[in-house]
Structures are given as structure tokens and as C-alpha cells.
Ligand binder design. Structure first.
Ligand code: KG4
Ligand code: ZN
Length: 353
């Protein structure tokens, strides 16, 4: 079984071929994975511009898919199915992938599978590591999402916590913009924080102790909030700017602030994930999504997992950020369950998992 995955939910045009292999320990193999990133285009604007993203997906998608097929030494006739990200994401971007996948599936006479982008991030862990013990608690942490899922058995997902305001990656991006560090913020802050003093600035880490007023029936103890932290950093920067009578903070101060901010974000993410894993008696912890590329998050989660005696799984860096191999893997999961998409599939911007 060989599946083509297509991903266009944000600012990466991606295509990949993943094969189901007769190997119980590692049942999925990546035959090719191509990602055309639009980061350079959006950098000029300090963030993703939706209309520009959609137009760039249209320009890139044919070449990216052709390259994925060529690298996998396969062709349309040889594929068994086509999987595409249906949502969540920018609707104009999603539409390009969905329209392309529907057309290709119809023209090549192949089944179509609709994938939730967040399920893709979760399945990146199974794609990389094979059979992860369950029940598992998985943190999906990216530019658009910060959510905790319970995975009772592989392929089943239950939301047990999520951010009430900003996603962790979004907080990185906004703080980087505030400090004039460019876009995307995660990798820059990660680099700047290395070796700096993470206790230089005292910043809050939020623990929610009350139900969400918008969803009072939901569990709340594993929810996140990053907007208070963002405000605290902003206030600190303004105070220092007026004390120094300058817009620009010295480099060592910026580095210490980056490290302090990162420590607060990572502590919150790891604390909540470990708490949830203990609460649900998880046999494994997974961390996926763009922010899982963060070096401190990876190191701290591994260390805390060792103390809690729960193994921690993270994807390799190219499977952390958006890619189509994870979408193909989630597609294989859905095909195995007989869950195919209709020919009139539509993109869905807000698509809860
Ligand atoms: O999963 P992803 O590629 O796209 C979304 O689905 O949002 O995640 C992108 C996010 C961005 O906010 C970026 O700043 C963040 O992941 N990111 C990082 C790192 N690399 C990427 N955040 C912290 N540390 C990193 N090394
Ligand atoms: Zn993503």
C-alpha cells in the first residue's frame, strides 16, 4: 500500500509518498518527502499573509507533487490512495491542496482520504517510532495549536487540554517580533537562548484553576494560557527601554530575556504534559508539531520523562514542522479503518480533533 500525502494548511507546500511495510515494528516507510517553504516570502511581512500563501501554493503544488513521485520512484498508476489535509488551517491555503487532491484522485481513479492536520502531527510520532505504547499522552504544539491528547489506542484521539488564548509557537513568533528578531520566532529564540541566563528575568507561568467560561463542561486542569506571559515580556521590554532611554536593548539582555521566556514556556508545556500523563496513567508521552523542534523542550521533556519513568517520544526535526509524510501516515491509518472521503470534499478552516 503506497499513499501520496498532500499538505497546504499554512505556509508550506508539501507532498510525500509513504508506504505501508510488512514490518510490525515500523509499519510505515517514508519513500519521499518534499517541503517547499514560503518562510522567505512571508518574512518581509513579519508573519504569514494568507492571500500570498494561497497564491504561492498554486505556483508550487504541481512541482512539489511531481518531485515527491519522482523521488519515491513511483507514478500515479502505482499509487493506492491520495491523502490531503482538510483542516484546520488557512482556508485559502487548504483549498489548493484539497482541490488538487480531489482532481488527482478523480483523474487517476484513486481513493481519496481526508486528514485532520493535528492527527497528522500526532501520527508523525508513530511514523517515526513505530508502535508507541498506549495509552499515550501527546502534546501537539505548533504555531496554531497547543493541545494535549489522550491516545488510548493508536489512531484514536481524545482532547484533554488546549490553550485558551495563544498557541506556544504563536507566543514565540510574537515575542520575536517584539524583540525585532524576525520571523519565525521559534528557531531564533531557541538559538539566542542557548547559554544565556534563563533566570535573569522573572516571568509568570500560568496554571489555570478554573473552568473555561466558554466551555464550562470541559476538563480544565490541563489547559494552557500564554497571553499573560506575552504581556509580562512586553512590560519588561517597555520598562527597560525607558530606563535605558533607547529602543534597543543590549544583546546580552536580549539573550537573557529570550532564555527566561523560553524557560517559562517550556516549563509550562512539560509540567502540564507530565501531570496529564500521570493522571491518565500513560505508558508513553509524545510531543509533536513545530515547537517540538525546540532544543530545550526536547531535552527537558526527556529528562522529566526519565524521572517520571514514562518514555518520551519526539519526531526528528523534519517531521516536527509541517510536512506531508505525517499526512500520508494519518491517511494510511484512516484507510485501514475504511474511512474514505467523498468526491465533493471541502476544506474546513476550523476543524476540531
Ligand atoms: O507545525 P508548524 O510547522 O506549523 C503549524 O502547524 O503551525 O509549527 C510552526 C511553529 C512556529 O510558530 C515556529 O516559530 C515554531 O513552530 N518553531 C519553534 C522552533 N522551530 C519552529 N518554536 C520553538 N523552537 C523551535 N526550535
Ligand atoms: Zn502544523
Amino acid at each position: 500500500m503506497k499513499i501520496l500525502g498532500i499538505e497546504t494548511s499554512c505556509d508550506e507546500t508539501a507532498a510525500a509518498v509513504v508506504e505501508a511495510a510488512p514490518d510490525a515494528a515500523l509499519p510505515w516507510r517514508i519513500r519521499s518527502s518534499i517541503v517547499a517553504s514560503q518562510i522567505e516570502i512571508h518574512r518581509e511581512w513579519g508573519g504569514v499573509v494568507p492571500e500570498i500563501a494561497s497564491r504561492q501554493h498554486i505556483r508550487d503544488i504541481c512541482g512539489v507533487v511531481e518531485r515527491a513521485l519522482a523521488d519515491a520512484e513511483t507514478n500515479w498508476a502505482d499509487l493506492d490512495a491520495i491523502a490531503v489535509t482538510q483542516g484546520p488551517g488557512l482556508v485559502g491555503s487548504l483549498l489548493v491542496g484539497v482541490a488538487f487532491a480531489k482532481t488527482a484522485a478523480w483523474a487517476a481513479g484513486k481513493p481519496l482520504v481526508a486528514v485532520n492536520h493535528l492527527a497528522g502531527h500526532i501520527e508523525s510520532l508513530w511514523l517515526e517510532h513505530g508502535d508507541i505504547p498506549t495509552p499515550a499522552v501527546v502534546l501537539v504544539v505548533s504555531g496554531g495549536h497547543t493541545s494535549l491528547y489522550l491516545v488510548p489506542t493508536a489512531g484514536a484521539y481524545r482532547l484533554i487540554g488546549r490553550t485558551r488564548d495563544d498557541a506556544a509557537g504563536e507566543a514565540y513568533d510574537k515575542i520575536a517580533r517584539l524583540l525585532g528578531l524576525g520571523y519565525p520566532g521559534g528557531p531564533v529564540i531557541d538559538q539566542m537562548a542557548a547559554g544565556a541566563n534563563d533566570r535573569a528575568v522573572s516571568l509568570p507561568s500560568t496554571r489555570l484553576t478554573h473552568p473555561d467560561r466558554n466551555a464550562p463542561d470541559r476538563e480544565y486542569r490541563f489547559d494552557f494560557s500564554f497571553s499573560g506571559l506575552k504581556t509580562a515580556v512586553l512590560r519588561h521590554v517597555r520598562l527597560r527601554q525607558s530606563a535605558l532611554a533607547s529602543e534597543h536593548l543590549p544583546d546580552n539582555e536580549l539573550r537573557d530575556l529570550a532564555a527566561s521566556f523560553q524557560a517559562s514556556v517550556v516549563d509550562t508545556l512539560v509540567d502540564r504534559t507530565i501531570d496529564a500523563a500521570k493522571w491518565y496513567q500513560a505508558r508513553a508521552i509524545g510531543i509533536a508539531g513545530g515547537v517540538s523542534a525546540n532544543s530545550r523542550l526536547r531535552a527537558d521533556a526527556q529528562a522529566r520523562g526519565v524521572s517520571a519513568e514514562i518514555p518520551v517520544f519526539v519526531p526528528s526535526r523534519h517531521l516536527s514542522t509541517d510536512n506531508a509524510a505525517m499526512i500520508a501516515a494519518a491517511g494510511l491509518r484512516k484507510i485501514a479503518a475504511g474511512d474514505l472521503a467523498p468526491a465533493n470534499l471541502n476544506a474546513v478552516a476550523t476543524f476540531p480533533l
